[in-house]
Design a protein. Structure first.
Length: 401
C-alpha cells in the first residue's frame, strides 16, 4: 500500500514503522496527507508516583497520559516509597508496571539507600532490572559518595543520572533568585546551586571514566560547563525540559502551577538553553512530569510542592514554540525526543509511532488530561498539533475519541 500520510522517520526505522502502519487496517483512515506519522517519543525523566504516592499519579494513569502525548517509552524516577534501593523494594514497582503499563516503563534504581546519600544501594542486585541509577529529587552532596557510585555504575555498565543541587546554597528558596523574587519578596534559588554540582560531577566522571547524565538543566552556566566537559572527552549527556525552553521567571504568577525544581530562570538562561539544543550540547528534552494533587498545588508559589505535569503537552508546546517559529527543525525536535534518549539509554524503538494532525489548533485544558496531575503553566495556551493515535509494539495504546 502506498503511504500517503506524511512521515518524519529516520531511514533506519522507516521500513519497520511504515510496514506496521500498513498492516493495521483500523489506521487506514489516517492514510491521507492530513496526518503525520512520528516515531514513539522517549522521556528519560518522569514521576509516576507509584508505589507510595498513588493519590498523585499511578503507573496506569501516567502511562496512559504518556501515550496520549505520543510517548511509548518512559524512565521513572526513584523517589518513591519504598525507594527502589534493593531488588525487594524495586520488585513492588516492577509488579505494578507489568500489570498496569500500556507502554514501556523502565525504572531507575536509587544510587543510595533511601536516597539519603550515605550508603550505596544494592546496585549489583538491581542492575538487570533498572535502566540506570539516580537519586533524583536530591543532589548527592558528598563528592566521595558520587565517586564511589560512578565507579560501581561503570563496573555494571550503567549510567549515573544526577539531579544536581547543592543544599547549602538553597537557603529556603523556591523560585529563581531573580527580579521576580526580589520584586515580590520571595526566597530565591541561586543558579550556582545547580551548576556547581554539575562541575564537580563532570570532574569525577572524567577521573573515573564513567557515563554521566545530568537531569533538567536550567542555567546558562550549566550549558557551558557541559559543553566544555564534552570537549574535554567526558562521557556526559544532559536533558532540559520544555518549560525551560519556552518560559522564564518574568512570566511567573502567584500560583503553584508555576513552581518546579529547578525553577524557571532568567531569559538569558532560556536563550542559552535554546542555543544548547541547537549546537548539540543538550542531548535530550525530557518532561520531568511531576504530578501532585490539586489540593497540594493550590497553595501558591511558596507553599505548593515542586513539580508540574507536562507529558501530554510537551510535543505540542515544542512544535508550536520552537519548530513552527523556525528555532529548530522537526527533525531536530525528534532527535531530542526520540533518537538521542533511546541511543543514550539503549532503548529499542520496536514498532512504536504516533499519528498527528499537525495543523489542528488546540487549547490546553487540564480537565482533558489523562494524568491525575493538572498543574501546568501552559494552561489556556493555544498550540498546534493533536495526537490521534499512539501505537506501541504493534498495539494501539491511545486513540483520540
Amino acid at each position: 500500500m502506498e503511504i500517503k500520510a506524511n512521515y518524519c522517520i529516520p531511514t533506519k526505522y522507516q521500513k519497520t514503522i511504515l510496514d506496521s502502519f500498513s498492516k493495521m487496517e483500523s489506521l487506514q483512515k489516517y492514510n491521507t496527507n492530513q496526518y503525520t506519522i512520528l516515531l514513539g517519543f522517549c522521556d528519560v525523566h518522569v514521576h509516576f508516583r507509584e508505589p507510595g504516592f498513588s493519590y498523585k499519579e499511578t503507573i496506569k494513569t501516567g502511562a496512559l497520559a504518556a501515550a496520549r502525548g505520543g510517548y511509548t517509552s518512559v524512565l521513572t524516577m526513584p523517589n518513591l516509597n519504598p525507594v527502589p534501593d534493593s531488588i525487594e523494594n524495586l520488585q513492588q514497582q516492577l509488579d505494578i508496571i507489568n500489570q498496569d503499563a500500556c507502554i514501556e516503563v523502565l525504572p531507575y534504581g536509587a544510587i543510595t539507600v533511601g536516597e539519603k546519600g550515605e550508603e550505596l544501594s544494592d546496585m549489583d542486585g538491581m542492575k538487570d532490572n533498572v535502566v540506570a541509577f539516580s537519586d533524583d529529587g536530591r543532589g548527592l552532596q558528598r563528592a566521595e559518595m558520587m565517586e564511589k557510585a560512578m565507579i560501581k555504575a561503570k563496573s555494571l555498565g550503567k549510567i549515573i543520572v544526577a539531579h544536581c543541587e547543592v543544599n547549602s546554597l538553597l537557603n529556603g528558596g523556591y523560585i529563581h533568585d531573580g527580579k521576580y523574587a526580589k520584586l515580590h519578596n520571595h526566597k530565591g534559588i541561586c543558579s550556582a546551586s545547580e551548576y556547581e554540582q554539575i562541575a564537580r560531577d563532570c570532574e569525577i566522571a572524567k577521573k573515573v571514566g564513567a557515563k554521566y547524565h545530568v537531569c533538567h538543566i536550567s542555567t546558562k552556566e550549566s550549558v557551558e560547563i557541559i559543553r566544555q566537559a564534552k570537549k574535554d572527552g567526558v562521557d556526559v549527556t544532559c536533558e532540559t525540559a520544555p518549560h525551560y525552553l519556552i518560559l522564564d521567571d518574568s512570566m511567573l504568577k502567584e500560583e503553584g502551577k508555576w513552581k518546579m525544581n529547578p525553577p524557571l530562570r532568567d531569559i538569558s538562561d532560556k536563550e542559552a538553553l535554546i542555543q544548547g539544543i541547537i549546537d548539540g550540547t543538550i542531548d535530550c528534552i525530557a518532561t520531568d512530569h511531576a504530578p501532585h494533587s490539586q489540593e497540594e498545588k493550590a497553595k501558591g508559589l511558596e507553599k505548593s510542592p515542586f513539580g508540574i505535569v507536562g507529558i501530554e503537552t510537551a510535543f505540542q508546546e515544542l512544535y508550536t514554540n520552537l519548530v513552527l517559529k523556525n528555532v529548530i527543525t522537526l527533525e531536530k525536535a525528534l532527535e531530542l525526543l526520540v533518537v538521542n534518549p533511546r541511543n543514550r539509554f539503549n532503548i529499542a524503538l520496536n514498532e512504536d509511532f504516533s499519528i498527528w494532525d499537525l495543523n489542528k489548533k488546540v487549547i490546553i485544558d487540564p480537565k482533558d488530561f489523562l494524568s491525575m496531575g493538572k498543574a501546568t503553566p501552559f494552561e489556556g495556551n493555544e498550540v498546534i498539533g493533536e495526537n490521534q493515535v499512539t501505537v506501541y509494539n504493534g498495539n494501539i495504546v491511545y486513540r483520540k475519541i
